[in-house]
Structures are given as C-alpha cells and as structure tokens.
Ligand binder design. Sequence first.
Ligand code: NAP
Length: 222
Amino acid sequence: MNVLVIGASRGIGLEFVRQYRAAGDAVSATARDDAGLERLRAIGAAALRLDVTADDCAAALAAQLGDAAFDIVVVNAGVYGPKTDGLQAPAADEFDRVMHTNVLGPMRVLAPVAGALARTGARIAVMSSRMGSIGLRAGANGWLYRASKAALNSVLKDASTALAGRATCVALHPGWVRTDMGGAQADLDVERSVADLRRVLARLGPGDNGRFLDHDGTEIAW
Ligand SMILES: NC(=O)c1ccc[n+]([C@@H]2O[C@H](COP(=O)([O-])OP(=O)(O)OC[C@H]3O[C@@H](n4cnc5c(N)ncnc54)[C@H](OP(=O)(O)O)[C@@H]3O)[C@@H](O)[C@H]2O)c1
C-alpha cells in the first residue's frame, strides 16, 4: 500500500508511519522542521516539509506529491490550544492558531490529497476527537478545541460527499492517548491506539463513507 500521513513528526502521526513501514508499506509523511523530517527519513518514509497553517500549503503539498497515488491518507496534524474549563473566551491569536491548524489546514490539504488518490479503494481519514461530538457533549472543558473538531467533522462530511465514489472518507477518534497532547494520564499507549486505527482503516469500504468512528470501530454520534 501507498500511505500518506500529514502531521507525522511525533505522537500518533509518527506511530502511523512506524507501523505502516513495519508492515512493508510505502509511506510519505510530513513534518514542519528538520528534526521531524529526519525522524521520518530514519524509519524509511519519504519526508515532505509542510506546515498546514502556511498560506501556500496546498500548492506546496501538491508540488511535493507529484503523481503519487495513495491508498490511505491520514490528516493528523492538530493542536489543543488553551486548557479552559468554563466559558473563558480565547485570545484571538489562540483562536486563529487552533482553527487554522485543525480546520483551515485540512480544508486546504484535502484538494491536493484528492488529486493524489489510488483509482480504487482509496481511504481518507481526518483525526478528529470525541471531544468534537455535539451529540455526546457532557462538559465544556477545552471548548475551543471542541469547536475546532466539530468544525473538522463538518469539513469531513463535505469531503465525503464531494469525493463519493472516489474515496471513503471518515473522521476518527484515536481514544485518549499518551502523547504530548494527551498527557501521561491518558488511557491508551500510542502503539495500541494506532494499531486499532489501522485495523479500522483496513476494514473500511464504500458503505463507510462519511462516518465518525472510534478507534475500536464503533460509531460516534456527530
Ligand atoms: N492524544 C489524544 O488523546 C488525542 C485524542 C483525540 C484526538 N487527538 C488528535 O490526534 C491528532 C494527533 O494528536 P497527538 O496526540 O499525536 O498530538 P501531538 O503529540 O501534540 O502531535 C501533534 C502533531 O501535529 C503536528 N502539527 C501541529 N501543528 C501543525 C502544523 N501547523 N502543521 C503541520 N503539522 C502540525 C505536530 O507537528 P510539530 O511537531 O511540528 O508540532 C505533531 O506532529 C491531533 O489531531 C489530535 O487533535 C488526539
């Protein structure tokens, strides 16, 4: 298989690259600094430089992808932003950083990704979060992050409609994972989360287009 991971310098993205490489897949992956690019090369990935908040990121990605054709694309880059627990309004620059990374970035990269898909069986996943679910909402902590992932889910749903018949598009929740973002108290180690997510991706068919799935494959309410 030919796999692309966007936002793979560390955490869940880097683990996707490790596991797909270990399974013998060809992997292209992005990072935005030299250290991240070097980590990707060291595990045999084609390393592409990309910051999803850069105004020219769509063109930069398209130029680096060339005529590649991916079976699986994981749009993983994300930030949490302010750790609020109530209705504290975010500063404008924090709002922009979170929304630009988690929403505008995917909106920009989805078009070049759509132009670089395998002709049959292509799958695109955006790394969402259960915290973005409005149906399951039971707390207001991290409300900017929640708003960004709810918006990302809307973006994914539109992508699933626009790309129906060309790719199966899903929003995934990786669980609460021990990474820089998830912290040391999280439920899952990154190896387990990504192994689960790879299993979910492997089983996807056209009938799954536009779904929001947990790492164990169960449906999450929008
Ligand atoms: N960990 C969890 O419990 C959890 C739960 C639900 C959802 N998620 C989602 O899963 C995804 C990965 O999370 P993680 O836990 O692995 O987080 P992480 O350890 O903080 O890693 C975040 C990744 O996103 C990249 N990134 C951030 N801003 C970027 C930008 N402007 N352009 C390109 N790449 C950028 C980072 O690259 P740099 O190294 O350059 O910063 C890094 O590779 C995120 O979308 C997150 O919201 C995580």
